[in-house]
Write a protein that binds this ligand. Structure first.
Ligand SMILES: [Zn+2]
Length: 398
């Protein structure tokens, strides 16, 4: 299953979408030899986040299974989680002495040394782990008794605001306790980081100090039924960005290391194709994720989105299309360059493989697939369909 993040779009340049404008002979060939349709990844009118969207694509109703974003970030950062742990997305930021946020990304530069200062702290009997992942981004885990994910973010998302206080979102002991620990941790992070030699050096170089940790997206870890338990097949993940690796781990996939897979525009798609084909030798199902289609949508950059789609076609799909496997290609949501955000427009979907019906669709894009044989289905229905094609079906009744 190849998922191009934020693939769907709306007509803009010359009345076309980036997918329509892109030269994609390999994807078009797949459309012609397979079955096509539109996918409402969560439901019509629901704007999916990338995290909830991927749960749906793997057959997990996100309203039942979503643990909160922080859990995926921590798993994607290779942090160990146990039942009841609460995880956050975290980032280094720059604040002044009045706790006004000067840059919520600390100049997009993190530091392992500064993360180590905070990693292993204990506050009120709760153990804290912090790991710097990429640039200013981190993941944080709270371990201990009676914690809750139902606390507010301390990241205001805007420079110029004061650091927000973490508040319980429900009136409960665990929520009050978690919020109190978060507030103490954020204060402590400033105390320990502000005058640290790493930041003295950064200031001397006219760089922004990374002098506080801001937290958001709390999630509670619990073990859920794995893909293998649900559908009976083994699964592997080929992705660059940590969120997707985290979702894959949560569902019990093997997350494969891929040289040069960065989750950005410079990602090595040929290596991803190679890793996916190699993974198929030992796994029944391989999930391949490409992030940059979404990044270029958020940037409002039509040309960049068209270019990454053409690269996917030439460097990835060209190599996957002849594999002895079923191949599904879709997106996790639409990120139109005109909106620069996710929206609820359904995404194109194609499935090709032995015995799959054809439908006369000859081009893979938002408009052509609408007349395909799959019509318009929901995200959670995709995985059971693929499982049946693969022979891992469960009959209902006799
Ligand atoms: Zn996404």
């Amino acid at each position: 299953m190849l998922v191009c993040d934020g693939l769907g779009d709306r007509p803009s340049v010359d009345g076309t979408t980036p997918l329509q404008a892109a030269y994609t002979p390999n994807l078009d060939k797949l459309s012609e030899s397979g079955i096509n349709g539109l996918l409402d990844v969560i439901a019509p009118g629901i704007v999916p986040g990338s995290d909830t969207a991927h749960l749906a694509l793997f057959g997990y109703d996100p309203y039942q299974y979503y643990p909160g974003r922080g859990v995926f970030e921590a798993l994607g950062a290779d942090m160990e989680l146990h039942k009841g742990d609460v995880a956050f997305r975290a980032n280094f930021a720059t604040v002044d002495e009045n706790m006004r946020v000067l840059d919520r990304r600390a100049g997009r530069k993190g530091s392992n040394e500064l993360a180590d200062v905070l990693n292993g702290l204990e506050i009120d009997g709760i153990k804290i782990s912090l790991r710097n992942t990429t640039q200013h981004r981190c993941a944080m885990v709270l371990k201990g008794e009676q914690l809750s994910r139902y606390v507010s973010d301390v990241d205001s998302h805007e420079a110029g605001d004061f650091v927000q206080e973490c508040k319980p979102l429900h009136d409960g002991e665990a929520e009050r306790k978690t919020a109190a620990i978060v507030n103490k941790f954020v204060k402590k992070s400033y105390e320990l980081l502000n005058d640290h030699p790493v930041n003295a050096e950064r200031r001397a170089k006219k760089e922004l100090p990374a002098n506080i940790i801001l937290l958001r997206g709390a999630g509670t870890f619990e073990e859920i039924i794995s893909l293998k338990e649900r559908f009976g097949f083994s699964a592997a993940c080929v992705a660059g960005a940590s969120l997707y690796k985290g979702v894959a781990k949560y569902l019990g996939m093997d997350v494969l290391p891929v040289e040069g897979a960065t989750g950005k525009g410079d990602t090595n798609l040929r290596n991803k194709a190679g890793a996916a084909l190699h993974a198929l030798e030992e796994h029944d199902f391989v999930f391949i994720h490409v992030k940059d289609t979404d990044n270029s949508g958020h940037d409002g950059n039509f040309e960049a989105k068209k270019r990454i789609i053409e690269r996917v076609d030439e460097e990835l799909v060209a190599r996957l299309k002849d594999a002895d496997a079923y191949l599904a290609v879709t997106g996790d949501h639409s990120t139109p360059v005109t909106l620069k955000r996710h929206c609820s427009d359904p995404v194109p979907l194609l499935i090709k493989g032995a015995g799959v019906r054809t439908d006369g669709v000859k081009n893979f894009n938002e408009f052509a697939v609408a007349s395909g044989g799959l019509c318009r289905i929901r995200g959670v229905d995709l995985m059971p369909m693929l499982a049946d094609y693969m022979g891992y079906y469960v009959m209902y009744g006799t």
